[in-house]
Design a binder for this molecule. Structure first.
Ligand code: OOG
Ligand code: NI
Length: 455
């Protein structure tokens, strides 16, 4: 008998819920953060009806409450390649390549996430996944030692291995298997108090880079944060102290705008954990933190180039003493980037989803004649363009988040080349191109419009 398979969307949703429940227990401030974000989102949706309409038009109202991203760091190609198989069973695929070594963090990364429209609308759960670049450890002995420690661990349970293979064989999982799969995979992301090494080894790796100790010394890649999406990150940053949370100094990413672009993020140090080393000595380790983000419209390659150039300008300015000054300075630098959706669209700087309006459908039913080009159709209210939400990450922001949670010690950029092909070799497949995915969403929506209007 062939089993009835549950959808990947259901497995992803169950998994993100299970993660959220686990993280709530592991990191109590996460629960507080969720409360804060829910409060602010509720208030923002009431106060900003345009935003509420835009979210509804993009099918995003429903997903808002479940929306999260997590982050993990793995040590070997095999771990990364197996995670690819795990995430594929949940309908999540590697999108984008991020090189953090330029910011002094010895990893490179991708984001596993759903890619098609229906899956994104259902639950856009993403996991920022970093692979340690062992070759960036300078000391030969330490590098070899790290590699041999990593070679001895298996971050997946025997049950997980079985279910991955079974899922691939069957082309999915039935309800019971999916439930077990979620439970087994959760184990990979759980915090383990017992380090796999003694304190001296931990210290040596820690001295090379804190992140190396975090990846190498534990049984698995504990989830290090789980990030809800806020609709007003400025309000969230300001409210954090009232909730007993001390945010990082500045919000990363673009300045506040009428039309938010890409991604803005802030974080806080959540936890100092006690660790038991191999010789049973007690120690402390900080790995886990809290983060919130606000998402805006996805930019086209042209728009993104403008963003990157402006951000580089802003980074040449003297470091601002506080977030308000930082945001004001950024705002001045970004003044040249259009801040209304119509101009962003007409100038090809951002991606939009097109749809026939309700009024358009009525007029179509009444067989009124309509113009044939997109701009006139929009001007005359036949169709509407809604911004497509950015679903990915920003390397400069990610580096800022890494650094602030690593204790604000600035690390020198590693001199090495970014190495996308080595990453893809480890992953066992190329990463998907984020721009191509957004362009496809836009084109598909235009095709539907053209079909409905008989163009
Ligand atoms: C990941 C940091 C990057 C983000 O939101 O940009 C990230 C990490 O610390 O492992 O999660
Ligand atoms: Ni994050």
């Amino acid at each position: 008998m062939t089993p009835t398979l549950v959808s990947q969307d259901d497995i992803r949703t169950a998994f993100s819920e299970a993660m959220s429940t686990m993280y709530r227990q592991e990191v109590p401030q996460y629960a507080t953060l969720l409360e804060l974000v829910a409060d602010i989102n509720r208030r923002t949706l009431i106060a900003d009806t345009d935003l509420a309409e835009r979210l509804a038009a993009g099918s995003e109202t429903e997903r808002l409450g479940v929306e999260r991203h997590g982050a993990i760091r793995v040590g070997t190609a095999e771990e990364l390649a197996t995670l690819k198989r795990v995430f594929a069973l949940m309908g999540m695929f590697p999108v984008g390549y991020y090189d953090l070594s330029q910011a002094g963090v010895p990893v490179h990364s991708t984001a596993f996430r759903p890619v098609d429209e229906a899956a994104l609308a259902r639950n856009p759960f993403r996991v920022f996944t970093s692979l340690l670049r062992l070759e960036l450890i300078e000391d030969d002995d330490l590098r070899r030692q790290a590699a041999s420690i990593l070679a001895q661990r298996d971050i997946f349970t025997p049950g997980a291995w079985e279910l991955i293979a079974l899922g691939e064989r069957q082309g999915g999982l039935d309800r019971d298997q999916a439930e077990r799969f979620v439970a087994e995979i959760l184990e990979t992301f759980r915090w383990h108090q017992d380090a796999t090494v003694d304190h001296d080894t931990y210290q040596a790796l820690h001295d090379a880079h804190r992140l190396i100790a975090d990846v190498v010394c534990f049984r698995g890649p504990h989830i290090n944060h789980l990030t809800p999406r806020t609709l007003d990150i400025d309000a969230a940053q300001a409210a954090m102290p009232d909730y007993g949370i001390a945010p990082k100094a500045v919000i990363e990413g673009p300045p506040p705008r009428r039309c938010p672009i890409l991604l803005r993020q802030t974080s806080f140090k959540a936890l100092e954990e006690s660790v038991r080393f191999a010789e049973l000595a007690e120690g402390r380790h900080t790995a886990r933190f809290g983060e919130i983000e606000q998402r805006g419209v996805a930019l086209t390659p042209e728009g993104r180039e403008r963003y990157d150039t402006l951000l580089a300008h802003a980074r040449e300015l003297p470091k601002a003493p506080d977030n308000a000054t930082h945001q004001r300075q950024l705002g001045e630098v970004f003044a040249s980037l259009p801040d209304d959706y119509d101009t962003l669209r007409r100038e090809g700087l951002a991606y939009f989803r097109y749809a026939v309006t309700e009024r358009g459908r009525e007029r179509l039913a009444a067989q009124e004649s309509h113009p044939r080009d997109v701009d006139s159709l929009i001007d005359q209210g036949w169709i509407a363009a809604t911004p497509i939400t950015y679903e990915d990450f920003l390397p400069v922001s990610a580096a800022g988040i890494f650094q602030s949670n690593l204790g604000d010690t600035q690390h020198q950029a590693y001199a090495s080349e970014s190495n996308r092909s080595a990453f893809e070799l480890a992953l066992g497949r190329p990463v998907l191109d984020e721009f191509a995915l957004y362009a496809e969403l836009e084109t598909d929506s235009l095709d539907r419009v053209r079909q409905q209007l008989g163009l």
